[in-house]
Ligand binder design. Structure first.
Ligand code: DAH
Length: 374
């Protein structure tokens, strides 16, 4: 039998189902396949070869199924089945892809078809901008850094001691009611001062800093704070503050006024004026609310300043000697040193600076809002 001429091959009837016989049939079948594959040089010939081997009805694959397997004696069925399966896999694999040579492609053309053009511009991703709240917070910090202040931070999950007690809010004092917050559950067995809560202000970092650093001290503390405040146009249960603390010998209320007046002019422009109104905070004595002349009407009176010409912006005061008592072992002797402190809401300043209508715009992540700050 001349195996080189594919036309000669047709599936023979199998008489010998012994392993040797099957092996012989296998080899003849495969060399006929090789011949056909090699002889196909055009796409038509390739397709014709594929039909001849794989056509459902009369392809050579179907034929070995019918001629070899179906008529195999039961005791050889297993081996014959395995052989037919093996051949089926080989033939299917052989014809699964038309070779590049037949498609008229050289190896280089084939590679070129797969080439990735890395000089294409790619998908452009919009560059983000600093969030307006962060931006204002950084700006405030920069104003104080320029005056020689250093920057400190503290934990957002704080103990009752740092958030309240050491700031002269004694247990059960009504001043605590103004700063309700979330407490961490399951701490009933701990002493009250060790219980954890979400800090309501950045003031606890005053004590934390004084514990670590002896006077003199000038520090600003930016950070996130939490309160049980329902969301409205100017309040949010989560917001940001920048705290300040200066301690040295002979620090007076004058220093406080001069420092804050300078800071407000740096933030809002040199024509802005400040004034100080008596107020109350447990940790400062005396305490004050600082107001700025309305940046929208210049002090003439408008809706934003409720026609008063002034806008309340922050709390401040002279550090209460009771606060220094908690850190007296670190050099804070209130007969020798004094200090002032202040705390401001960042969102409040950002709302004014950019004329934003509602605080919630800062948290919604609406790109149309945020991209205005690019
Ligand atoms: N911690 C106060 C608050 O959140 C703000 C404040 C007022 C901070 C007076 C101070 C201060 O340092 O001296 O309401």
């Amino acid at each position: 039998m001349n195996l080189k001429t594919n036309a000669m091959y047709s599936v023979p009837k199998l008489e010998d189902y012994s392993p040797d016989g099957l092996e012989r049939a296998r080899n003849e079948f495969l060399s006929a396949l090789d011949t056909d594959v090699l002889n196909a040089t055009t796409e038509e010939e390739w397709k014709a070869a594929r039909d001849r081997w794989m056509s459902r009805k009369s392809g050579l694959l179907s034929q070995i199924n019918d001629t070899w397997l179906k008529s195999s004696p039961p005791e050889h069925r297993r081996n014959t089945g395995q052989l037919v399966n093996e051949l089926k896999e080989i033939v299917t694999g052989q014809f699964s892809q038309t070779p590049d040579a037949i498609l008229g492609r050289t190896k280089n053309q084939a590679l070129a078809a797969e080439r990735l053009d890395i000089s294409l511009p790619g998908i452009q991703r919009a560059i983000g901008v600093k969030h307006p709240v962060l931006r204002v917070m950084d700006e405030i910090v920069a104003v104080f850094k320029a005056m020689g202040y250093s920057v400190g931070e503290g934990p957002e999950v704080e103990t009752d001691y740092y958030n309240f007690e050491s700031l002269n809010f004694p247990p059960n004092h009504p001043a605590r009611d103004t700063q309700d917050t979330l407490f961490i559950a399951g701490q009933e067995r701990k002493p009250a001062r060790e219980r954890l809560l979400l800090r309501t202000h950045t003031s606890p970092v005053q004590i934390r800093t004084m514990e670590k650093q002896a006077p003199p001290l000038r520090i600003v503390i930016p950070g996130k704070v939490h309160r049980n405040d329902p969301l409205d146009a100017t309040h949010s249960p989560l917001f940001h503050q920048v705290e300040g603390l200066a301690v040295d010998t002979n620090i007076t209320f004058c220093d406080l006024k001069g420092t804050l007046d300078h800071a407000m002019k740096a933030l809002f422009g040199s024509s802005v004026k400040t004034r100080f109104y008596p107020s109350f905070f447990p940790f400062t004595e005396p305490s004050a609310d600082m107001q700025v002349s309305c940046i929208f009407c210049g002090g003439k009176g408008c809706r934003t300043c409720k026609f008063s010409g002034w806008i309340e912006l922050l709390g401040c005061g002279m550090v209460d000697p009771n606060v220094f008592e908690f850190v007296k072992d670190n050099g804070y002797d209130s007969s020798k040193i004094s200090g002032f402190a202040f705390g401001m809401g960042v969102e409040r300043i950002a709302l004014l600076k950019y004329g934003v209508e509602g605080i919630q715009l800062f948290y919604e992540g609406d790109v149309r809002f945020l991209e205005q700050f690019s």
